[in-house]
Design a protein around this ligand. Structure first.
Ligand code: PHE
Ligand code: ZN
Length: 885
């Protein structure tokens, strides 16, 4: 045992306050790489330059998992006593000023199961080689200064066997290629844009491609190429369309054009995350790139659009302007998620995208922010940066950018973003730089917003209104309070933009006239709360209005509103803000859930009110069917349990199921009518209207089967007749959850039909893993032995084990602790293979303190068991250590 308090594997923390500008920079990097799965040789030449103000600082290169063969300075090979190599670094003492540091190292990509650095995707004889460098993978390829504020120009020469690796790719523009002796060939790439090492990428293999062209608004002709394996290349057409839409949209909405002659995308099945924005050579998890009607669901189509957009938008928000250090991660991720959200909102449905984002925020980010892993959007310390690709950095980060967009308005935000890109193009920036640019472009001081980046925890926002009939005015009082979080006992008031409308009894918005301001024609106002509490007085309000507060979910807060069910019903039926229509139905459903949990039964009057709202939405042809489907879909158990203490997941499940059933029974007639009306017309069409109809139809089906087991026959018929994966899978899921007769042969038939299609089989794993029944665990355990499941493949692990722990709370939290035991064993097993994946799975234990004492103790026991093991990875050690702290 070591004498320190940290767990085995944990690295010492790094602090934001300790940031120092690099003592050495690298202007140019030349790489020559001889590729081979067993032994790849990497020769590098780094043109390094010392900061004269830090002349006493040695050159320390990051270097991990490398076999160091040679070090040279200005072409002179160094003796072993002229440098020092450790497991993490290569130090060259005595170097001053400028020189060219050369290294030769050997690496073994086929042994690299961590999927960071250079690794092999697929089999040794048929797979391909690729890299993943964010955040700190480049140091596993060659010694370098692996930090984002060191930007270099790269020239990369790749050499490999031509028959085995006909395709060679690296970032930037192609700069020559040719033959070599012994059946080998070479290709050279020059990337004219200086970039940090985390954006480096190469790909080598035998891949097919599809190609297109895009002419930018600046007149640059850009080749667009998507590469994938033979069985997948036919499913890349949608991604290509998405790419072109993203390129045009970024020009039109933000004036950002693409800047190289070619843009490559490569699909792989072996990837720990969604996708990676390497300069000019994006690498995608196949899950977010491939889509065709037989092998992808409607959700997949939307996810491909969003992720292709996201990675493309990084070319400006992340690549042209990058992050000074990893504490600033949200500078690129929060901004890019926001851009991606706006892209989908503009091209598809703004309301639906907002509902989905808010659901994710509530489920993942609010939970994170309320538990032991809570951290600010800009963390002030980390020991393993891989563990900070979180809902807080991404989703809450995007919410901050969105609030700034609300406060500045579309034009002001665009002005600010233009200035940000202009000021920081080609360099590494900070959150302060971002706020300064947005502020300067609008003659505003935005420094108060820094608190949103520095303070963790979800603010509670109370809204209460008072109408004064005599004075004909309405006073809205807003109060904020952020509960303490781990590590941050004291909280300050934040700037909170609250978009407000006042509706009359028929849901028509009133003209808003704030006391002391001139009258305008506006029906919506953004009120900015900057202190703990403030009251806003609207005048000329004759009758008590319905306050539609936080429209569009204008701030990431927990809204607690003094509003009765009748007023919520007005919003649900008539609010002109689509999000708030849904928000009102969600609020009603949560009240029903709370009643069912507390007293075993929802209140009949409230139930009747909610049924009328849903009935109206179901019957109204003017309501987008997808919105109606969202209104019918109750929040998941985790989100419903938000804010509860001593959670009993079984009780939560029962209360939720009870509300679902009561609603379904009361709505059986319109559900059935709508189900039939929407049947059978859309086939394989994937336009938005067809998707929306399928969404509602499948929501109706699921509800009907909860109301009455006889409706399971509808699911049987739908499964047999489905001509797209969305409908087939939805029916199968209903049948699995109903434990319908003959469901096992149906599952087998499905697996047979899609044998060999890893992405569809992942969905098949998930359907079985999410059956809300304690017996699902046995199925999940058995499926880990299925031929299509590999512990080394992150997609498989997330589809089966991740789905079980995150989306099946009833079975995961089995009272006997078997779910916990299973997860702990899985984590330990995966940690020795892909530590990042093990660490991510371990966050499923994050909320352990919120559960009732028996489960709390069981989870704690498993966490302590993991913590006590030898040889934990830094990734897992960090998560488990913070979770138990
Ligand atoms: N930067 C990627 C994105 O969000 C995510 C990622 C992080 C991918 C780390 C791989 C490794 O677009
Ligand atoms: Zn990103």
């Amino acid at each position: 045992m070591s004498s320190t308090a940290s767990l085995d594997g944990a690295k010492p923390p790094v602090f934001l306050r300790d940031y120092c500008a690099p003592a050495w920079r690298i202007r140019e990097i030349e790489l020559e790489i001889d590729l081979d799965p067993a032994a790849t040789l990497v020769v590098s030449r780094l043109a390094v330059e010392q900061d004269p103000a830090q002349a006493d600082v040695e050159l320390v290169l990051d270097a991990e998992h490398l076999e160091l063969l040679e070090v040279s300075i200005d072409a002179r090979v160094l003796g072993a006593d002229e440098y020092r190599a450790s497991a993490q670094t290569l130090t060259i003492p005595g170097l001053r000023g400028r020189s060219v540091v050369g290294t030769r190292v050997r690496i073994a990509p086929e042994k690299n199961t961590a999927l960071q650095g250079l690794y092999l995707s697929g089999s040794r004889d048929a797979g391909f080689l690729l890299t993943q460098c964010e955040a700190e993978g480049f140091r596993r390829i060659t010694p370098s200064i692996d930090r984002p504020d060191v930007l270099a120009r790269y020239t990369v020469t790749l050499r490999a066997d031509r028959a085995r690796f006909p395709l060679l790719l690296a970032n930037g523009n192609a700069d020559g290629a040719g033959e070599l002796d012994g059946g080998r060939h070479w290709a050279r790439f020059v990337d004219p844009y200086p970039k940090p090492s985390y954006l480096f990428a190469l790909v080598a293999g035998n891949l097919e491609h599809i190609e297109d062209e895009f002419v930018t608004a600046e007149g640059r002709r850009v080749r667009l190429v998507i590469h994938a394996e033979t069985d997948a290349i036919g499913h890349c057409g949608w991604a290509m369309q998405c790419l072109k839409m993203a390129m045009r949209w970024d020009e039109q909405r933000f004036g950002r054009c693409y800047d190289l002659d070619v843009f490559h995308i490569v699909a792989t099945h072996d990837f720990t995350m969604g996708a990676m924005e390497n300069k000019g050579l994006n690498i995608f998890n196949a899950k977010y790139l491939l889509a065709d009607p037989e092998h992808a669901t409607d959700d997949d189509y939307r996810h491909v659009l969003a992720v292709v957009g996201h990675e493309y938008f990084h070319n400006w928000s992340g690549n042209r302007v990058t992050c000074r250090d990893w504490f600033q991660l949200s500078l690129k991720e929060g901004l890019t998620v926001y851009r991606e959200q706006e892209f989908e909102a503009d091209l598809a449905s703004r309301t639906l995208r907002r509902i989905e984002d808010v659901r994710v925020l509530w489920r993942a980010q609010f939970a994170e922010d309320a538990g032991p892993l809570a951290h600010p959007v800009r963390p002030d310390r980390y020991s393993e940066i891989n563990n900070f690709y979180t809902a807080t950095v991404y989703e809450k980060g995007a919410e901050i950018v969105r609030m700034l967009g609300v406060v500045l308005g579309a034009k002001g935000f665009r002005r600010g973003l233009d200035l940000y890109f202009e000021r920081h193009d080609g360099s590494a920036a900070t959150v302060e730089d971002f706020l300064a640019a947005l502020g300067d472009a609008n003659a505003l001081d935005l420094s108060a917003w820094l608190a949103w980046y520095a303070q963790s925890g979800t603010p509670d926002l109370r809204a209460s209104g008072r109408h004064d009939a005599q004075r004909r005015c309405y006073e809205l009082t807003l109060t904020q309070r952020t509960p303490r979080t781990s590590g941050q006992p004291r909280k300050q008031a934040l700037p909170v933009p609250v978009a407000v409308a006042l509706l009359d009894a028929d849901g028509r918005p009133l003209r808003l006239h704030l006391d002391g301001e001139p009258a305008t024609a506006a029906h919506e106002r953004v009120l900015l709360l900057t202190s703990d509490s403030a009251t806003f007085r609207f005048i000329d309000v004759a009758r008590p209005p319905v306050a539609s507060v936080l429209r569009g979910y204008s701030a990431p807060v927990r809204l607690e509103q003094a509003i009765d069910a009748a007023a919520l019903a007005v919003q649900a039926r008539h609010d002109s803000d689509g999000f708030n229509r849904w928000f009102a139905t969600d609020t009603l459903a949560r009240r029903l859930f709370a009643q069912a949990l507390a007293s075993g039964e929802p209140d009949p009057a409230l139930l009747a009110t909610h049924v009328r709202c849903l009935d109206g939405a179901l019957r109204d042809p003017a309501v987008d069917p997808a919105l109606a489907a969202e209104m019918l879909t109750l929040a998941d158990a985790g989100s419903l349990a938000d804010g509860l203490a001593d959670i009993d997941p079984e009780a939560v499940h029962q209360a939720r199921a009870q509300v679902e059933r009561a609603l379904a029974i009361a709505l059986a007639e319109p559900l059935l009518a709508r189900y039939h009306e929407l049947s059978g017309s859309d086939g394989t069409a994937v336009d938005l209207a067809a998707q929306a109809r399928r969404r509602l139809r499948n929501a109706c089906l699921a509800a009907l089967c909860r109301a009455d087991p006889r409706h399971v026959d509808l699911a049987r018929t739908q499964r047999a007749q489905a001509c797209n994966l969305t409908d087939r899978l939805a029916a199968l899921s209903v049948l699995v959850n109903a434990r319908a007769d003959g469901v096992d042969p149906m599952l087998d038939a499905f697996a047979q039909r899609y044998a060999g299609d890893a992405l569809v089989l992942d969905k098949w794993f998930s359907v079985q893993a999410t059956e809300a029944d304690p017996r699902a665990l046995a199925r999940v355990e058995a499926l880990t032995a299925h031929a299509a499941f590999r512990w080394t493949n992150p997609n498989n692990v997330y589809a089966l084990i991740g789905a079980f722990t995150l989306r099946n709370p009833r079975a995961f939290h089995r009272a006997d602790g078997a779910g916990y035991r299973f997860l702990a064993q899985a984590i330990t097993r995966i940690d020795s293979v892909t530590p990042q994946v093990a660490a991510r799975l371990a966050t499923s234990f994050g909320a352990w303190r919120k559960y009732e004492p028996v489960r709390r103790a069981l989870m704690r026991h498993e966490l302590e068991g993991i913590a006590a093991r030898n040889g934990l990875s830094p990734d897992l050690g960090d998560i488990v250590g913070r979770t138990l702290a």
